[in-house]
Design a protein around this ligand. Structure first.
Ligand SMILES: [Zn+2]
Length: 467
């Protein structure tokens, strides 16, 4: 274990909260000027017309490409080879000449992708475990982090969030030693106004303390990974209880419809989700009409089909994104592995373009015996008619075409009748194209960064067609 973490875990609660608050306070100070300026700008630009937004985006993209050409050896080389001349660009068409960037290309050209004229002190090292389990490290400048945080604030502002109030947070942070069995299972982060709960302690007898604490403090906003909030909602349901909130924000993992409905029911509040990746190449935020608006001031987002051509409105393809702000290590046309489609505009008043809910990753697609693609959303259907307390957690694993293993952590509502119903529901939908094996487990491990993956497929994705 990291020695710093060992010292931390031995601290009493007050000291833990103090130590987190000091760290977060310093972190906040470091980014303050970047967040403030980005936030002021975003609160204005959100009311721009679509044409004004496109003009802003175009100017930023052009500046980035010129910069990358002059200061990033990888792009200088690639632009030469493919005849990309950023200085003479007049529209977005030039992007089509630039080859896609993948994790693999980044790993192979890591040093060449770093800007040569930004001091390391102006960058920070970031990484993603990726829901695919293939980690990636990269550099980001302070400004990009400023935009990232400002977008979150703007999203909250859309929902009328009161920034003076505390929020209960159920993300992936380790804040309490894993073997601790006595409350408190949380720490207070004063600068960010967060009570950070340990999502590694979501067991009934621990959740009781968490819920009691939230009620006692009168917290009315909750945020976190949807899988964590779903576990809390399941627990509330098992007790026939509710935890009314004014704000529920989810992100970082797909929020499947079955999760959303139980969370909304038990927290008596609409869920507002955001989609984004740590690489800062794709971001979209749900408005009050539950449409996902692209953060186009800092991201150029494309959706492409399997041939790499742009998808039409309504056509599902892979999200390819370019961060318009990260000059430390520009990612241009980065393949995210996430599937979505452009949809018609929203009538909420924002001109920011809209994409459909991102609940599917290319890696999450299951292949039936005849190589038909089954999305995770389709896999949720057989579970729907079950008792909500039958399955506490589940995970779908595919190692061979046409075969899946459904791992299940049984809940109090589980019975052999429920098991039969689940198998029958799968058969009704997929016939003999999908062999389903159920395996009971005590726990479903999370990924290295504390995220939960519902579907894991080991199959190669080369033959996927998702047009
Ligand atoms: Zn909207």
């Amino acid at each position: 274990m990291d020695p710093k973490l060992t010292i931390y875990t031995k601290m009493p609660l007050a000291l833990k909260s103090m130590s987190i608050s000091i760290m977060q306070g310093m972190d906040k100070l470091r980014f303050k000027k970047w967040v403030d300026s980005a936030y002021t700008e975003l609160m204005e630009s959100q009311w721009f017309s679509r044409n004004e937004l496109l003009e802003l985006q175009f100017q930023r993209l052009k500046k980035l490409l010129i910069y990358a050409n002059e200061n990033v050896p990888y792009y200088n080389r690639v632009f030469k080879r493919f005849g990309v001349m950023p200085k003479s660009m007049n529209d977005f068409e030039i992007m089509k000449k630039i080859p896609f960037l993948t994790k693999d290309i980044i790993r192979r050209n890591f040093n060449e992708l770093i800007s040569t004229n930004i001091p390391k002190s102006q960058m920070f090292h970031s990484h993603t475990s990726g829901t695919t389990g293939s980690p990636l490290s990269f550099y980001m400048d302070l400004r990009t982090q400023g935009y990232y945080r400002a977008h979150i604030l703007r999203h909250r502002a859309w929902w009328g969030f009161n920034f003076k109030e505390y929020t209960a947070s159920f993300g992936g942070k380790t804040v309490i030693p894993i073997y601790q069995t006595r409350p408190p299972f949380w720490v207070t982060d004063i600068p960010d106004k967060l009570i950070i709960f340990s999502s590694f302690h979501l067991k009934p007898r621990f959740m009781e303390y968490m819920i009691e604490y939230i009620l006692r403090t009168g917290i009315k906003a909750i945020k976190g990974y949807p899988s964590n909030l779903y576990i809390l909602a399941q627990y509330l349901k098992s007790r026939n209880a509710y935890l009314p909130m004014k704000f529920v924000f989810t992100g970082a993992e797909p929020v499947y419809p079955y999760m959303r409905s139980l969370i909304e029911e038990r927290f008596k509040c609409e869920v507002s989700d955001f989609y984004g990746n740590s690489e800062e190449t794709a971001r979209a935020y749900e408005c009050k009409k539950h449409m996902c608006h692209i953060a186009m001031e800092s991201i150029y987002l494309e959706i492409v089909n399997e041939e790499g051509s742009p998808c039409k409105i309504g056509e599902i393809g892979e999200i390819v994104g370019t961060s318009l702000t990260n000059y430390a290590m520009p990612f241009i046309r980065y393949k995210t592995g996430d599937l979505s489609s452009f949809v018609d505009n929203c009538d909420c008043g924002l001109s920011l373009p809209v994409i459909s809910q991102v609940t599917t990753k290319v890696e999450d697609i299951i292949l039936s015996k005849d190589s038909r693609m089954v999305s995770p959303s389709a896999l949720t259907h057989p579970f729907k008619p079950l008792d909500p307390l039958a399955v506490l957690k589940s995970q779908i694993i595919q190692r061979k075409i046409g075969k899946i293993t459904v791992k299940i952590v049984k809940g109090p509502g589980f019975s052999s009748a429920q098991e039969e119903m689940l198998l029958r529901n799968f058969r009704e939908r997929f016939g003999d194209l999908l062999t389903v094996k159920i395996e009971f487990v005590d726990e479903i491990p999370k990924t290295a960064n504390g995220k939960y993956r519902w579907v894991i497929s080991d199959l190669t994705k080369n033959n996927l067609k998702f047009g």
